[in-house]
Design a protein around this ligand. Structure first.
Ligand SMILES: NC(=O)c1ccc[n+]([C@@H]2O[C@H](COP(=O)([O-])OP(=O)(O)OC[C@H]3O[C@@H](n4cnc5c(N)ncnc54)[C@H](O)[C@@H]3O)[C@@H](O)[C@H]2O)c1
Length: 469
């Protein structure tokens, strides 16, 4: 989650100085391939190995800057989960359905909304049907699970995309009821899937097996690590790649404001897996995006636990004492690790601030360069120091909406052919194309590796933690 980094955030991205790089040629559109791209073709391999520097800093990513979507053939979508991320929330700028509506306009047809909470799904549909997007939802059927939809689906309801925002406890595993991906690929081996982070709450090995099955099946998959889609993040990639830099270290700080985090489950490791797996996952993913693969055997971590003198918090908004002592979350987690390149990574996660806004930063260091990404959730800024100048340059982009970019990119991949817009995976530099076997070939597999890092940190911190008296 990126719980409680409030909604005001992305709206406030209208930053002052826009220091954009010269316009670069857009990625050449590749010939449209069949929607069902079942094999990892050589062309797709080359596309995946394209450096991320092909991003266009002038591209408009805010919804209000888009051309109005044109009418055309229906585009069927199945939405899984009628909660915060898919429908809306006061806690953050989440709302995939709203962005789908703005990407597809009158073509969007949500053929099914899957949620065991029928009342919540019906309430969400009522709001939609009372608004100008009625045509997208007037025929939507609510089902308690995906299997029911498959059983009842008419041929004209066949989806072109499946949008998954159900809790991670019900996916990413191989056991019945938690194996959503298995059900999806059996029914629709050629349909694109969007899946929210984290990919699972279960064993990493099982999630990796799911990654393999998705790869075999050939579905296009995009995972909701939206910070990768921020323009400042793409600018950082561009600087590293254009200057042929090797990242020496990443240093992530995720200092959350806990006072208004009122979901009891979030404070309970047995329910939400704890703040590293559930929340700092975004920064573990970004760290990997810049640093590359992590040697998980090197992960070391320490935590400050709730029962230690420095771990007492004064504003916990839930009855934390109802949670078993060994399942209460740590207040601080500090971790270090080595990347396979030899670079060093570190993360500090803190449950420490009051109020609403989180304080988050990621430093990336390379020979002669410091790239400091500050406040990516609220008002992303890149502070850049490079050779020849001891001062930091400031890079900001106006009205950047990474959530819209990730939605738009997947739809473009479906409609214009895989690779026509970047689904941002961790990739080797293009000069290393022959080593493609080393790249994360799917966004899901890449996301499982981020999931694995978060568990390695949690496990290491628990191993070294003081035990309650
Ligand atoms: N990328 C981000 O910034 C971001 C932000 C918020 C949430 N998320 C992620 O989105 C996912 C959902 O989070 P949320 O905040 O929307 O949760 P939520 O609790 O608000 O909503 C989840 C919905 O899924 C439904 N559900 C439960 N089991 C289901 C099942 N088996 N099949 C279908 N639906 C089911 C619930 O009834 C509920 O309506 C989580 O993985 C979370 O980490 C990501």
């Amino acid at each position: 989650m990126f719980r409680a980094t409030p909604a005001r955030q992305l709206g406030r991205l209208a930053a002052s100085a826009v220091r954009a790089a010269p316009r670069r040629a857009a990625v050449p559109a590749l010939a449209a391939s069949q929607p069902a791209v079942r094999a990892f073709s050589a062309a797709a391999a080359v596309r995946q190995a394209q450096p991320a520097t092909d991003f266009d800093p002038h591209a408009q990513t805010a919804m209000d800057k888009q051309q109005p979507p044109a009418p055309g053939e229906d585009f069927n979508v199945v939405i899984v989960g009628a909660g915060n991320i898919n429908v809306r929330s006061d806690e953050g700028p989440w709302n995939h359905s709203f962005r789908l509506e703005h990407k597809l306009g009158p073509r969007l047809k949500v053929v099914a909304l899957i949620d065991p909470g029928k009342a919540r799904a019906d309430a969400a549909l009522k709001v939609k049907r009372e608004s100008f997007v009625l045509s997208a939802y007037k025929d939507t059927v609510v089902y308690p699970n995906f299997g029911e939809f498959v059983k009842n689906m008419k041929p004209e309801q066949r989806p072109r995309a499946i949008w998954v925002g159900s809790p991670p406890a019900f996916r990413g595993r191989e056991s019945a009821g938690r194996d959503l991906e298995q059900t999806l690929i059996e029914a629709f081996p050629d349909v694109a899937i969007f899946i929210e982070k984290p990919v699972s709450t279960g064993p990493v090995d099982e999630a990796m097996n799911i990654a393999e099955k998705l790869k075999q099946s050939g579905n296009i998959v995009s995972v909701g690590y939206m910070l990768r889609y921020l323009k400042v993040v793409q600018k950082m990639k561009q600087i590293l790649e254009e200057n042929n830099l090797k990242v020496m270290a990443t240093n992530a700080r995720y200092i959350m404001a806990y006072e208004h985090t009122a979901k009891l489950d979030w404070w309970d490791k047995s329910q939400s897996c704890g703040p590293i797996v559930e929340q700092a996952t975004h920064f573990c993913d970004l760290s990997r995006y810049f640093g590359g693969e992590v040697d998980l055997s090197t992960v070391m971590a320490h935590s400050l636990e709730h029962f230690e003198p420095a771990g007492q918090l004064s504003k916990v908004p839930v009855p934390e004492d109802t949670i078993p002592a060994n399942e209460r979350i740590p207040r601080i987690t500090c971790a270090t690790w080595k990347y396979e390149s030899g670079a060093v990574g570190s993360l500090t996660h803190a449950v420490a601030l009051h109020g609403f806004n989180y304080s988050t930063e990621l430093d990336v260091y390379a020979d002669g360069y410091s790239l400091r990404l500050v406040d990516p959730y609220n008002a992303p800024v890149l502070y850049l120091r490079r050779p020849g100048d001891d001062h930091e340059e400031v890079v900001r982009y106006q009205s950047d909406d990474p959530f819209f970019s990730e939605v738009a990119n997947l739809i473009d991949n479906i409609e214009k052919g895989e690779g026509s817009a970047p689904i941002l995976r961790w990739v080797l530099r293009s000069s290393l194309i022959p080593r493609l076997a080393d790249t994360a070939r799917s966004s899901y597999e890449d996301a499982v590796k981020s999931y694995a890092l978060t568990w390695a940190i949690r496990d290491a911190s628990e191993k070294s933690a003081k035990k309650a008296a």
